[in-house]
Structure formats: C-alpha cells, structure tokens
Design a protein around this ligand. Sequence first.
Ligand code: F3S
Length: 386
Amino acid sequence: MYLDSEDEKVLNGEYGQTRQKMMEILVALGKVFGAEDLVPVSSAQVSGASYKTIGEWGLEWLNNLDARVVVPSVLNPIGMPRENWRDIGISVEFAEKQNAVIKAYKRLGIKMECTCTPYYLNITNYGDHVAWSESSAVSYANSVIGARTNREGGPSALAAAMIGKTPNYGLHLFKNRMPEITVEVEKGDGEYSSHYGAIGYLAGKAVGNKIPLVTNIRPSRDQLKALGAAMAASGAVALYHVGGITPETKLPAFSVKGSEKIVIEQSEIKELFSDIDVDAVAIGCPHCSPDELAKVASLLEGRKTSKTFYVFVSKGVKSSNPEYVSKIEKSGAKVVEDTCIVVSPAMDKFETVMVDSGKAFAYVPNMCGCNVRIGTLEECVREATS
Ligand code: F3S
C-alpha cells in the first residue's frame, strides 16, 4: 500500500507511539482489504463510547492513548445522558465509569456530541470520504447523503480521526457502490404498509451484506433513516439505493449488477406486529430528527403517560427544540439525550419494551435482555398513554 513520506514518518514512530499505533491499524486494514493507498477523511464518528459496550478493557485502552484527533470527530451514543443521568435510573457506579470514558475521549480532542445522527451536525457532504462507525450513521452517510465510508470499528474510526486518513477500499471506491440485488416492496394501504423500520428489518434479513436497490417506495428523509438503520441491524447493509431518491441513482454511471430480486410482501410486514403487553416504550432509534420530535410532541398533546416513555435524541437537537421537549415532557415522557435504547443500561430492567424502530426491534432482545414489540409511532404513543 502506498504511503507518502509523512505517513511513513508516522509509521516509523517519529510522531509518537500513539500515532504510530493508529497508523499501524490503518495499514493493517488496508493490506487485508487490498487498499492501494490512504484517502483523506473530512470527519470521523467513533463508536465504543458506552461503558456498557466497551467495559474496563476499553477504558484502559483509551486512557493509554496520547494523541489528538486531526479532523472533526464525534462520538456514538454513550450509556447515559451527561447531565441528569439519575432521571433514567443509572447507578452511581455506572455513571462514574461512563464519566471516565467521556473524559478519556475529551482528552483526545473528540467533540462531545454523542449521537448516531451526526449528519444533523452538518459535518459531511455528498462525495466526502469519512470514517464513521455506527451502522445506521454509516448507512445514512453512504446512501442518503452520498458520502463514502466503510463501516469502521471504534479503533479504526479513532485511527482515521487521529491520522486524518483511512484506507481507500470498499465503499470509498465508486465501482463498489452499485446495487447487487433488487428489493421490491409490494404496494399496500394498511397502517403498516409504510412502516420503513419493518420494511428495513425484513429487507436486511433477506439481503445480508449485499447492496440493495429498493423499489416501489417513496420514503421521506426520516423514513430513509429508519429503513437504512433497520437494514444495517437485521442484515449488514452499509449502503442502499432507492431509485430516483438517493443521490447516486441519479448518476449516468449508476447500474444494477446482476438480476437477483426479492419481493417483500405486505403480509410479511404485517406479521411483525403484535399486541403483547409492554411495560415501557422507547423511540428515537436512530436519534429523533427535529421533525420527529415535533410529531411526538403533537401526538402527546393533552395526554399523560401511564408507563415509562423515553424519547432518545442528540443533545444538539434537544437543545435547539425546547418547545417540543417541554410539550413532550409535560405528558410525563422523558426526552433523553446522549444515550440510546440499546447502549444504555436504563432499558435492561424492563420485561417488554415497545419501539417504533426496526433497528431497536432487531437489537433489544440481545442487547437489553428483554422482549420487544414493534409498532407505529402512533401505536407507541397510544400504548404509553393508555
Ligand atoms: Fe442509534 Fe442506539 Fe439505535 S446508536 S441507531 S439509537 S441502537
């Protein structure tokens, strides 16, 4: 793999041990995946931020690093809100460990935005090369924005953040970004027919890690977010296309490789929904957009919650929408920033959690050890206020 003279110096340890280690990670990855060189990145999003997921070993690894990031870099959700963590039942022991993780990342120069929706921070544009690691953010960056990123692990995203480059392979190369399978969604008019989390859940299971072209749908940006997040969770889809909607489908060179096709039937979508009893409701996976927050606020207007109802969001979106936040919280629901359904220990104590997200539907049983029910946003609000 070609390295320029500065990269060689980093690799030889001339800029310290941490940078050397980080360059070694990038070079090793590049060699495994056949990268010809490194490509500069304009931002990084680093996963492995919740103490629940990285534990003591991860914290120790971070504390031993001694260099700062060189491109705008943010974190994935951490295990609790930075303030008011007691409000969602986080223990003092966990909070102390989580605060140590935050301190470690701060020391490395990472911006304290803890979210899986870094695209709301406007840190990437069409055609940018980035190094993001949370699967739904990767999917959105590649598919909806038309930026280019592989699905990085926490360490490789951090390495890219510190070096400012990433190995140039996989989805960084246009030739690898064309769809390999068509997913046709049967038209329907029932209440679940446009549940993009459910559609994504089924599509991801069917296509695995292939790049799909999804047809017969006209999703909004928020629905694209839900679709991609679910496909990345039930499968390993890091890039998808929707004809005439996602940006790369409008390029003259866009073409589908092969003729493999599957159909998602309305009956399959319907089957995912049940009416089992739940003891908590959680939405905001991925973190809510301002529009989604507005919708929750209007659905909750004049109602009171009868069970735990968490709305997960980034700190930036929460603080710039105080009117929606106060409407939501007036009902008894909580708008929780920085953390999420899956990476926080807050959900682990419930028996059955209701979600509106295909991604949470896929992850909650294993990551939180509880049962899960999927519903529309309207159903979630009804269930939380019944
Ligand atoms: Fe985001 Fe957590 Fe869901 S990281 S996509 S809210 S599982």
